[in-house]
Write a protein that binds this ligand. Structure first.
Ligand code: BT5
Length: 273
């Protein structure tokens, strides 16, 4: 593992909290692990970025493939007053930068995925995963978190085919355009700082509304696996605090927060009957 550089005060003004210090590695196991190792010595908003990860991970210890060509980033957050907003502000920053740099529409798939709307060769609309978010708390400290995001930026389609990820895509595959990853990061940090300040000043409306209305699962039929049980129904609301509200086939409405959901998958209406 080699630390390539330390980009101090490179991206953000002194007024910005996030990204004043960025450690960039050419390769590491997981930026989440590096963040954990150095957290005590780091200021709030320190970023750890790697060009590739050998042991990138997702939720529930799932593997996150991280070859060169993606943004693999963890951010140390030390003073968040409402940690429940961390995942949403990362997701909203990502979809807004994707729209701005690529004019592509992406949506949040609750709780932590970003999907791109794409057409398959038969002209049918499908959704493919372009990014995922992983927020981990430091158990001994209430307001200290490591928030990670992986975004497939310049990765070729063949990589996903070779690694049996038919539902994954990259911004390059969808747009035909390659982007400098550091430039993407710079844009991402500007959005993130803006949303972070909103949340810290208790102005939640923009984040709440955007999270709800940019959510690809709203009114869709889904199957949820939670605590080893399966539930199928229609999503009638997605709320940062309440989680997902599902109308089950017996018309009972049940809510699930992110911690208790192992898997969520869109299904056809016929499958819930
Ligand atoms: C996530 O988990 O989507 C969160 C991913 C977070 C990755 C970042 S990268 C920087 C930081 N360092 C880390 O080690 N992690 C964070 P989850 O919802 O559990 O999704 C995992 C699933 O996504 C896997 O089981 C695969 O099916 C699929 N997958 C794996 N790699 C992928 C990729 N590169 N693109 C799209 N899908 C992928």
């Amino acid at each position: 593992m080699k630390r390539l550089t330390e980009l101090e005060n490179y991206f953000c003004s002194n007024a910005s909290k996030i990204g004043r210090i960025i450690y960039l590695y050419d390769e590491c196991s997981s930026t989440q692990d590096i963040a954990k190792q150095i957290i005590a010595k780091c200021i709030n908003g320190t970023c750890i970025m790697a060009l590739q990860q050998t042991k990138g991970r997702g939720r529930l210890a799932r593997v996150w493939l991280s070859p060169p060509g993606g943004l693999w980033l963890s951010i140390i957050i030390k003073d968040i007053t409402e940690p429940i907003f961390l995942n949403p502000i990362f997701a909203i920053s990502a979809i807004e930068v994707i729209a701005q740099l690529y004019q592509l529409k992406s949506t949040i798939y609750w709780p932590n995925d970003i999907y791109i709307e794409t057409q398959n060769p038969h002209g049918r609309i499908t959704y493919k995963k372009v990014a995922g978010i992983l927020t981990e708390g430091i158990h001994s400290e209430k307001s200290i978190y490591i928030a990670g995001i992986g975004i497939n930026i310049n990765i070729e389609k063949q990589y996903f085919d070779n690694n049996n990820l038919p539902d994954a895509t990259s911004l390059y595959v969808e747009s035909g355009k390659k982007t400098d990853i550091v430039y993407f990061l710079q844009n991402f940090l500007v959005k993130l700082n803006f949303l972070y300040e909103l949340v810290q000043s208790q102005s939640y409306d923009y984040v709440n509304n955007t999270f709800k209305h940019q959510n690809g699962l709203l009114s869709k039929y889904v199957k949820i696996i939670s605590k080893k049980c399966e539930y199928s129904g229609q999503v009638i609301d997605v709320d940062i605090k309440e989680g997902i509200l599902l109308k089950l086939k017996n018309n009972i409405v049940k809510n699930f927060n992110a911690e208790i959901v192992e898997n969520i998958k869109e299904i056809e209406y016929a499958e819930i009957l």
